[in-house]
Design a protein around this ligand. Structure first.
Ligand code: SF4
Ligand code: SF4
Length: 197
């Protein structure tokens, strides 16, 4: 930006500069409109028609430390890693983690979570649970958004099976494919909000 004393005569009049601004804006508008028409006809798809992101069909790459939906990690035999130490629930400022511990039938394992639930409506996605866990049993590296339209409100409370299944899905499909599946599901729910999942 120029200071007033650095401006020439026509710049100080403002009319010329305002006219140049209108020409620029209008030319961009026509260019983008033309490109949108071409895109509708299936042409020039690789040329962006607007600076904005057409979410959810497009998205910016998330930073590596993005805190997405939780998952409970698994051992190599598919069993849950969590040892029911309650450190995550203790660290959670929203008090949204509920754990019921049980004795394990294997004497070498002290206990395991018979029940593990996260109330995602209360969760503030702070990541303290992940930081607190001493055995890396809970992570938020799925890259997934919190679900905003579950067809059944009870699904806002994510149980142990849901959180374990997310680890399996992440391993099977990888983060990118998992995100696409998630967005497709969200779009379907948006289109048919009253149909059960
Ligand atoms: S992210 Fe924060 S608020 Fe959510 S469950 Fe973990 S500790 Fe609790
Ligand atoms: S997830 Fe980690 S911190 Fe939470 S109860 Fe299980 S082992 Fe403990």
């Amino acid at each position: 930006m120029k200071r007033r004393e650095e401006m020439g005569f026509f710049e100080r009049l403002y009319v010329v500069e305002a006219f140049k601004g209108v020409v620029l804006t209008f030319s961009r508008l026509m260019r983008n409109l033309f490109l949108h028409v071409l895109h509708t006809a299936g042409l020039a798809k690789d040329v962006k028609a607007a600076a904005s992101i057409q979410y959810p069909n497009e998205r910016r790459p998330y930073p590596a430390r993005y805190r997405g939906r939780h998952r409970l990690t698994l051992n190599s035999d598919g069993s849950i890693k969590c040892t029911s130490c309650f450190l995550c629930a203790t660290a959670c400022p929203a008090r949204c983690i509920y754990i019921e511990a049980s004795e394990h039938e294997d004497a070498a394992i002290e206990k395991f979570p018979h029940r593990y639930e996260i109330d995602t409506l209360l969760c503030i996605y702070c990541g303290y649970c992940v930081e607190a866990c001493p055995v890396d049993a809970i992570r938020m590296d799925t890259g997934l958004h919190p679900e905003i339209y579950p067809p059944d409100p009870r699904l806002f409370i994510e149980d142990k099976e849901t959180l374990m299944e997310r680890s399996r899905l992440l391993e099977t499909y990888g983060p990118e494919r998992l995100f696409q599946m998630h967005m497709k599901r969200m779009q379907e729910i948006e289109k048919h909000p009253f149909e059960a999942a």
